[in-house]
Design a protein around this ligand. Structure first.
Ligand code: KIV
Length: 275
């Protein structure tokens, strides 16, 4: 595609101005083919560290590395044209201090060409968010259920069950907003808490297992497509691709074993060269 016909990629300003406007449509993507399919429909494509579980079969996102995020970030950038692309900073790549966060975030932006990073933002992370934003790196926050904290939480559990937890989620969102986050993912909380967060911050909120009142919604694409037998309560399955794939694989296996594939239509019509 020539430079003239290339779609304009959304910028952080397009995302920020969606606050209180038309809801932002966001999905995860990990490879170029899927990014190309989703791109025309999405405002934001997130290269989530959920890639560790969805693609690499890890038990949680804790084992995800910078190299994995960069590889998948590059693929999604190649496959997309107009969506704003955010790459997750993996566990252990930003928590130590602001310098560590900047070096790793800068590497992600430089090596993938993406527009922003996301960090799971406890209140401590406000320092990192301000540091990165002041130095030219847009940051998306992530509050509520924080998958990278699975080992302190003892599992993936919805947040806001006690007054203390409720206030903590709210405080974390306000801290991220005040530090300059351009958007905040709000995951796994009651709709009332998500709405309170949305009303308390200047930047758009992106809900997942949260509330339709958020400024946008995100889901793990493979969950929405029905690729797994199990999905979290907050997932609405828009397709049952797992069944489609199971049926196709079974038919292919039967054809191969019965010598019914390939047929003439799938073979080359080349006559044997005379020797
Ligand atoms: O890693 C991820 O996919 C995420 C979204 C589900 C918000 O963080």
């Amino acid at each position: 595609m020539s430079a003239q016909t290339q779609a304009r990629r959304k910028t952080v300003r397009d995302i920020a101005k969606a606050k209180g406007d038309q809801p932002l449509v966001c999905l995860t993507a990990y490879d170029a083919a899927m990014a190309g399919i989703l791109d025309p429909h999405c405002d934001v494509l997130l290269v989530g560290d959920s890639v560790g579980m969805v693609v690499h079969g890890l038990p949680s996102t804790v084992g995800v590395t910078m190299e994995m995020m960069i590889l998948h970030g590059q693929a999604v950038m190649r496959g997309s044209q107009q969506a704003f692309v955010v790459v997750d900073m993996p566990f252990g790549s930003y928590e130590t201090n602001s310098d560590q966060a900047f070096l790793n975030a800068a590497r992600i932006l430089q090596e993938t060409g993406c527009q922003a990073v996301k960090i799971e933002s406890g209140t401590y992370a406000a320092t990192q968010i301000a540091h990165l934003t002041e130095r030219g790196i847009p940051v998306m926050g992530h509050v509520g259920l924080r998958p990278q904290a699975i080992n302190v939480d003892g599992g993936f559990r919805a947040k806001g069950r006690s007054q203390e937890e409720w206030s903590r989620v709210l405080d974390e969102a306000i801290a991220a907003d005040q530090a300059g986050a351009f958007a905040i993912v709000v995951e796994g909380v009651a709709p009332e808490l998500a709405d309170q967060v949305t009303q308390s911050v200047k930047c758009p909120t992106i809900g997942i297992g949260a509330s339709a009142g958020c400024d946008g919604q995100i889901l793990v694409t493979d969950d929405l497509l029905g690729m797994f037998e199990w999905a979290p309560r907050f997932v609405k399955r828009y397709a049952d691709l797992r069944s489609v794939i199971v049926k196709a694989a079974a038919e292919y296996a039967a054809d191969v074993r019965g010598r019914k594939f390939p047929e003439a239509a799938q073979t080359y019509k080349l006559s044997k060269p005379s020797s």
